[in-house]
Design a protein around this ligand. Structure first.
Ligand SMILES: NC(=O)c1ccc[n+]([C@@H]2O[C@H](COP(=O)([O-])OP(=O)(O)OC[C@H]3O[C@@H](n4cnc5c(N)ncnc54)[C@H](OP(=O)(O)O)[C@@H]3O)[C@@H](O)[C@H]2O)c1
Length: 438
């Protein structure tokens, strides 16, 4: 079988050019105050929050590329997704235009005329859509994650050049290369370029190649910025999360089910989705994020400045009345298998298999990341990453209890959430009220 050559994969179609419509280092005000924005991945977790943030923080019409049968079905998908996250307001309909399209197909399956018209209208692109799947190989994910990025670059290139804000992942640095003794304690800077050396996993590989395409386009004159979030968890006010199959969430669920936790010394980095979406939209509106003069690679690491040690996380969970006993990791995995088998619990059994294979991913010592640039970028704002503390965990555990993913404990998390919300009449102001029920 031919081995995968990621450097060769990162080849930008030479027909895609960015030097025709703007003098070198020019800057267009429409990049910061766009009338029309293209957003991809709006039916997903991050996309839903980015959409609301863009509606609230810009005056633009947001064009949303959605897989669907027709315009009406696409709009319904967007609405249903926002409703799921308690984000929907009827007034949003005037700000959203649905485009039926598929990222994995040439020109997104639009006709040439439609593609050109879209290209003509858009001022700024937020490319967030991707096939987020850590099991499939690179070849399977290539169309949705790599070729789609090339099509986004094509769209950004003519008739006028428009900036791309690309949502990547901190996972592009999770290769054994960065886990070696001499590198693991050297904080990875936001100006560092990830290497593809030893990078495994189709998803991370596809995001790495997509980043390279963006960087190659940047060298050719495209204004672009890369955002690399870490593990994104639920909204800090409602707890509603996108991926309940995330391995950390599954680990916590398994611990609670068995009443045992593995004795691992590691720290975990969790970023709530509201921080991620607010930070991306704010940073994308700053001239410095797109400045072409800078020879430096522009990216931001969206990580929690205060990761939480695994054992502290467990202590907090214990504080909510879940009795958890410390167990050796290998024993914990074995016991989890037996526990799941005895109850014929297929999900827990598959979790145990996952942990058997994935100890390194979740529980290994991880490289350090510098977040100076994002700290500076958000310094004069009220946007800050919530600390992973009792309050945040209370919101998460309440939500998981409410949807029946974990059992009620002796002591329920406080304050209990009833997930009610109020919206002001203005589409630009959106508040979520959480009421205490002591
Ligand atoms: N969640 C995290 O913890 C995390 C962490 C770091 C980075 N990220 C990045 O954040 C971005 C969004 O992730 P997410 O967690 O929101 O994932 P998600 O919930 O799975 O959403 C993915 C979105 O991409 C769309 N998409 C996938 N393939 C498509 C295609 N062929 N055509 C059109 N749309 C397509 C999906 O549309 P459908 O609804 O039609 O499938 C969905 O709207 C990704 O770029 C990911 O790499 C996420």
């Amino acid at each position: 079988m031919k081995s995968l050559d990621l450097l060769a994969e990162a080849r930008l179609d030479p027909d895609i050019k960015f030097d025709h419509s703007l003098p070198k280092n020019a800057f267009s005000e429409s990049w910061l105050q766009p009338q029309s924005i293209l957003l991809t991945g709006v039916t997903g977790f991050v996309g839903a929050h980015l959409l609301v943030e863009l509606i609230q923080k810009t005056k633009a019409t947001i064009y949303c590329l959605v897989r669907c049968d027709d315009f009406a079905a696409g709009t319904e998908r967007i609405k249903a997704n926002l409703e799921h996250y308690l984000l929907w307001q009827e007034a949003f309909t005037t700000r959203i235009i649905t485009i039926k399209g598929d990222l994995a197909k040439p020109h997104f399956d639009l006709s040439r005329e439609q593609f050109e018209e879209l290209s003509d209208r858009i001022d700024v692109i937020y490319h967030n859509g991707a096939w987020v799947n850590s099991f499939y190989p690179y070849a399977t994910l290539k169309a949705a994650n790599v070729l789609a990025t090339q099509e986004i670059l094509r769209l950004a290139s003519y008739p006028k050049v428009k900036p791309i804000h690309f949502i990547s992942t901190i996972g592009v640095f999770f290769s054994p290369y960065y886990f070696t003794d001499n590198l693991i304690d050297r904080a990875i800077k936001e100006t560092d370029l990830p290497t593809s050396e030893t990078l495994k996993g189709g998803y991370k590989q596809s995001k790495w190649v997509a980043e390279q395409l963006i960087l190659k386009a940047k060298e050719k004159g495209l204004p672009a910025c890369i955002y690399r979030p870490g593990r994104i968890m639920g909204h800090s006010k409602t707890g509603i999360a996108g991926n309940l199959k995330d391995i950390l969430y599954l680990a916590i669920k398994a611990c609670i089910a068995m009443g045992k936790f593995p004795d691992i010394d590691t720290t975990l980095n969790i970023v709530p989705i509201d921080y991620v979406s607010q930070a991306i939209v704010y940073l994308s509106q700053q001239k410095a994020s797109l400045a072409q003069q800078s020879q430096e690679h522009i990216s931001f690491h969206l990580l929690n400045p205060q990761p939480i040690p695994w054992k502290k996380l467990i202590q907090e969970i214990q504080g909510f009345g879940y009795n958890l006993e410390e167990t050796h990791y290998k024993t914990w995995v074995e016991e989890l298998k037996k526990y799941a088998k005895a109850r014929n619990d297929k999900e827990l059994y598959s979790i145990s298999r996952l942990f058997f294979n994935s100890q390194i991913k979740l529980f290994a010592r991880k490289p350090l990341f510098d977040i100076e640039r994002i700290r500076e970028g958000l310094a004069n704002t009220s946007i800050s990453c919530p600390t992973i503390d009792r309050k945040l965990l209370s919101v998460y555990l309440s939500y998981w209890q409410k949807i029946g993913e974990i059992p009620e404990s002796d002591r329920s998390p406080e304050p209990r959430q009833n997930f009610s919300r109020t919206f002001s009449s203005s589409p630009d102001i959106h508040t979520i009220d959480i009421h205490s029920e002591k």
